[in-house]
Design a protein around this ligand. Structure first.
Ligand SMILES: *[C@@H]1O[C@H](CO)[C@@H](O)[C@H](O)[C@H]1NC(C)=O
Length: 151
């Protein structure tokens, strides 16, 4: 009996962290599937090794929201390639024991605490760099493990 209780508690904890809406216009966090530039799932093929994130659809210029209560840990750059400068921003955020990075987002601010659903930034103009792509926020865990279970 005790074992069952422990198991249920573990399941509950694992289940507890779920991303809230990440991007305006995409209330269900629907994912990028496949387009002329590739696929959006974790582990998808990329030129420089497997895709270490999960791509969540987000239109260029859309508002990006905090997916859980947490803290902003600063801005990040995604690329060294200057031809991708238009989308070369992101943010590191943590909360509920997890650390994530969101790519292609211009943060409104880079420190302090945020509440789930609070606006944290703007989706950058991805179509300018990747014409015809499904514009998206790339969600990557700081340890590069699979973020899919949190969606
Ligand atoms: C993100 O921020 C956390 C907390 O400051 C830090 O420990 C971690 O190294 C950062 N991760 C990455 C990949 O930048």
């Amino acid at each position: 009996m005790r074992r069952v209780v422990v198991l249920l508690a573990v399941l509950w904890v694992c289940d507890a962290v779920k991303f809230g809406q990440l991007c305006s216009g995409n209330p269900s966090n629907s994912r990028r599937t496949s387009d002329r530039w590739g696929q959006g799932h974790y582990g998808a093929r990329r030129v420089n090794g497997p895709h270490r994130g999960l791509d969540i659809k987000c239109r260029d210029g859309a508002a990006v929201y905090a997916p859980f209560n947490g803290r902003l840990n600063g801005k990040l750059t995604v690329y060294t390639d200057p031809t991708k400068a238009a989308i070369n921003e992101g943010i590191n955020l943590s909360g509920q024991g997890l650390c994530f990075k969101l790519f292609y987002v211009r943060p409104d601010r880079t420190s302090g605490t945020v509440r789930k659903g609070q606006r944290i930034g703007t989706m950058l103009p991805m179509q300018r760099v990747y014409p015809g792509i499904t514009s998206h926020v790339h969600v990557q865990m700081c340890d590069k493990s699979d973020p899919t279970p949190y969606f």
